[in-house]
Design a protein. Structure first.
Length: 460
């Protein structure tokens, strides 16, 4: 066996060992042939059962490709090696990476890219939060250490079933949104030459029921139960509990968050990222109503990337926040962390909302605890549609959405109103004249006085 001679210069033990190991590996090779001026080497080893192997140095990635040619025939091995070389070279010239990333690597790189977009004001922080969540589901589905180049494109056809087993009652709208985000991540990976230029995840057909896009909203009764419990929940914090002041702070915060969501129709991310410098409370309180407040929702915090300024009731809540929050400067978040002048995390927000819902359920067993914080935005929009006193275009403008979105997602809320209006119209058959005539409610007749034509008075 060949040994590397150790000299005074070779005084690093690690170097010596590496050289010995290198020579030992070289000794195990035999029948070595070089192809294309030595760029590709084929050989056989005692451990491969005389099956020909290929080795090719990829200088761009500083790694060797080594693979079995799956033949003991020398001429066939040479032809296969040449074909492999041409394919690898073509991919390298196209800028592709030959050594596949893991699913975890891809997700981390993509999140770095998306974070830069947030910092550059290109997308909202709320969108980043969604992407983190969706790509985490992707990672759980394919496996954290899975090599992305080795994942079959049609493997993603099982994603819908995977999510349905993980989350009971998940809507197909959510699954479609997740699949779109995953496709966008792979499209970015292709652009960055991290994966084959032809790779496209195939999720198959995901059918979304027509009425699924209707938003789940609070009823007035459910909303009343929620705020009724939230109002005094912080006062019931156990006196001996650890970090009691912090617990009280977050319990009071979730109550104020709920009230502002329901009175301004904010998106969750818009309210979380709101700063005191973008809020002006007006001195216009009356005997029957609290102060109003004007709020500027910045483009970078909005899902639609468009700034809007709105004014609504419950400006007193912003003033109340300043009485128990440590941070209320112009640049402080309205909903900050207890001990830091930073935005409250979504984890804390949702955890406390979940705990609050459990308390509401204890007191009111019929309370619908499937509703989310975002349902409060739907609640606000639904109320505006039901009372019908504000034009739908104006409702959309206030909420920072479009007329089309309102119609597609909320118009079903007006079904009851339409039904009541139709029910108010009383029709009777006029058999003699082969027609119908309209009758009015008795109460309306009394208001207008009796008519000479008895036919229009309700008789039943």
């Amino acid at each position: 066996m060949l040994r590397t001679r150790i000299t005074a210069v070779d005084n690093d033990a690690d170097v010596q060992i590496k050289r010995l190991n290198k020579n030992q590996k070289q000794v195990r090779m035999h029948d070595v042939l070089e192809i294309y001026d030595g760029e590709v080497r084929i050989f056989r080893t005692t451990h491969s059962g005389d099956v020909w192997q290929l080795r090719m140095w990829i200088s761009q990635e500083k790694k060797y490709i080594r693979k079995s040619l799956k033949t003991r025939d020398k001429l066939i091995a040479i032809e296969i090696a040449k074909a492999e070389y041409i394919q690898y070279k073509a991919r390298l010239l196209n800028g592709e990476k030959l050594f596949s990333l893991t699913a975890s690597d891809l997700r981390n790189k993509y999140l770095e890219h998306v974070t830069e977009l947030v910092e550059g004001g290109q997308i909202s922080a709320g969108r980043l939060t969604n992407i983190k969540t969706y790509t985490k589901h992707y990672q759980d589905f394919v496996g954290k250490e899975a090599k992305i180049q080795n994942i079959a494109e049609d493997f993603f056809d099982g994603y819908r079933a995977f999510r349905q087993t993980k989350v009971k009652g998940i809507t197909m709208t959510v699954v479609v949104n997740e699949s779109i985000t995953i496709k966008q991540m792979y499209k970015w990976a292709v652009k960055k030459k991290l994966i084959s230029s032809t790779y496209v995840p195939d999720f198959g057909r995901i059918k979304v029921p027509k009425n699924e896009t209707r938003r789940e909203s609070f009823t007035v009764i459910n909303y009343d139960k929620l705020v009724n419990v939230a109002k005094k929940w912080w006062q019931r914090t156990p006196k001996g509990s650890a970090n009691r002041d912090e617990e009280i702070y977050y319990r009071r915060s979730i109550r104020d968050f709920i009230l502002l969501m329901a009175n301004f129709g904010f998106r969750t991310g818009e309210l979380l990222q709101l700063k005191f410098g973008n809020v002006k409370v007006h001195d216009d309180a009356t005997e029957h109503s609290s102060e109003s407040a004007t709020v500027k929702v910045l483009a970078e915090t909005s899902k639609v990337r468009k700034e809007r300024t709105v004014r609504s009731r419950r400006g007193d809540i912003f003033n109340r926040r300043k009485t128990y929050s440590r941070f209320f400067g112009e640049n402080s978040f309205v909903f900050s962390m207890y001990g830091e002048d930073k935005m409250m995390t979504t984890t804390i927000l949702y955890d406390y909302f979940t705990d609050l819902k459990k308390e509401v359920k204890k007191k009111y067993p019929d309370y619908d605890d499937s509703l989310s914080l975002y349902s409060l935005r739907h609640f606000w929009i639904t109320l505006q549609l039901i009372h019908g006193k504000v034009d739908i275009h104006k409702v959309a403008r206030f909420a920072g959405t479009s007329y089309t979105q309102i119609v597609n997602h909320y118009d079903g809320m007006k079904d009851a109103e339409v039904s009541n209006q139709l029910m108010a119209v009383k029709l009777r058959f006029d058999v003699e004249n082969d027609g119908i005539y309209v009758m009015q409610d008795k109460a309306k007749d009394e208001d207008e006085g009796d008519k000479e034509d008895g036919k229009i008075k309700e008789t039943t």
